[in-house]
Structures are given as C-alpha cells and as structure tokens.
Design a protein around this ligand. Structure first.
Ligand SMILES: [Mg+2]
Length: 231
C-alpha cells in the first residue's frame, strides 16, 4: 500500500445520499405544485420518471453532450411531458425550485461521519465532483461535512469533467498532491474510476449496490466502513 497523503472523494452517491435526498425533494415538489390534483400521475411515477430522466441527462453531461444550462433547464420539461403534462401546464420555476430545495437536504450515506472523522487526522481530504459549484458547497454545509475538506473541485469550476484526466490533474495540483500520494474514492465506474485510471491515479470503487462489472480495480468496497480497514 502506498503512503497516501491526499484522499479525493466524489460527493453525490458517495457521501451525500443523493437517492434519499432526492426522494424527499421530489415529494416536496409534488406537494408544492399540487400534482395530485391532475390525477394522472402518482408521486411514485413522478419519482421513477425523475430518476430515469435525471440519470440520462447526467450521463449526457458527463460525456460532454450537453452543458450545465441544458441539463438544468430541460430536466422538468422532459419529465412532465413524459408523464403526459401539456407544455403550457408545466409550472414556471419548477427547475429553480428543485435547485433550491435539493442541496439543503442533509442526508449522508451510512458511516460518512465516522469515516471522515477517522481519516481527517491522518490525511488531507478533498472533493472532486462533476456537480456544480453553487449547489455542491450548499450540500456539504447542509450535511455538516464541509469542515472535513480542503479543496473542492467541481466540473464547472475546473472546466473539465470526470472521466477526463485533466480534472484529476487539476484537482491534484490545486491540493498540492501528486500521483504518488493521491487516492480517488467514488461510486461511478464511468466517471470516478475510469477517470482515475485515465489519470493513473489509485482508486477505490464504492459499490454499495454490488453492481456487476468487468473492470480490474485496485480496491472495491460495499460500505464506507471498509475505508477504515484499508486506510
Ligand atoms: Mg457519484
């Protein structure tokens, strides 16, 4: 095992519990806009379509096919049209409301606080996220983990996105880290892990759902608790 000094964490789905926070946010959105009044989609259906469309848009963003504006501006139009809402009935400002409510959700994945408290005296900790600077800082504060981190790199603040090797190199240079003392931890094979491999960076794949894959990885864990055994 190398002598690591710098640990870079992905944020969404790795520390910040995106799924749980999203369910809470989408529930609020459903109630605020009183979508039950139309009687043609349930909260459950709204949630399902949100998940499908949002994942698809993020995949397109991660691979450079759309930009931040398009992701944010088109999301709820696509979702509500899929659910059968006429374009003229899509509420103004719903996308903005989502961006206001979602990042203030505090839920983190199990063992996040224990693990960060364990690592903090031994390593310098950083965030390397494909998310956007405005909301990622809010999420870190809302979930009370911002004080653990020194450097926070996002795709819009760096001009690159994972899996591009440039964002890893940029993050390491910002943190004063090198390839010999840095480790990346993330939940997404396409961005965090392929990206770390592109940059020749050591990596830990956080795979809580035990997704099957064909890649040869340095480390794979199913719970953040396991980090305390390997670091
Ligand atoms: Mg992630």
């Amino acid at each position: 095992m190398k002598k690591y000094q710098h640990i870079f964490f992905d944020l969404d789905h790795t520390l910040w519990d995106f799924d749980k926070n999203t369910v809470e946010t989408i529930r609020e959105i459903y109630d605020i806009y009183d979508f039950s009044k139309w009687d043609f989609f349930t909260f459950h259906e709204f949630m399902e379509v949100f998940r499908e469309v949002n994942n698809h848009l993020w995949d397109k963003y991660n691979h450079g096919f759309i930009d931040q504006m398009e992701l944010r501006n088109s999301r709820f139009g696509i979702i509500l049209e899929k659910l059968g809402v006429a374009a003229e009935n899509i509420p103004q400002g719903i996308g903005k409301k989502y961006l206001e409510l979602s990042p203030i959700k505090p839920n983190v994945l199990p063992f996040t606080h224990d693990m960060l408290a364990y690592l903090k005296p031994k390593y310098r900790l950083h965030i390397l996220s494909n998310g956007f600077v405005d909301v990622q800082h809010t999420k870190l504060k809302a979930s009370k983990i911002h004080e653990y981190f020194e450097v926070i790199i996002t795709s819009d603040s760096s001009g690159f996105r994972k899996p591009q090797k440039e964002i890893f190199e940029f993050a390491m240079s910002q943190a004063g880290a090198t390839i010999d003392n840095a480790l990346m931890i993330g939940d997404n094979l396409d961005t965090d892990i392929i990206g770390a491999q592109n940059a020749s960076m050591d990596h830990v794949f956080f795979n809580p759902n035990k997704v099957k894959h064909q890649l040869t990885l340095m480390h794979e864990i199913h719970s953040l608790k396991e980090i305390m055994h390997i670091l």
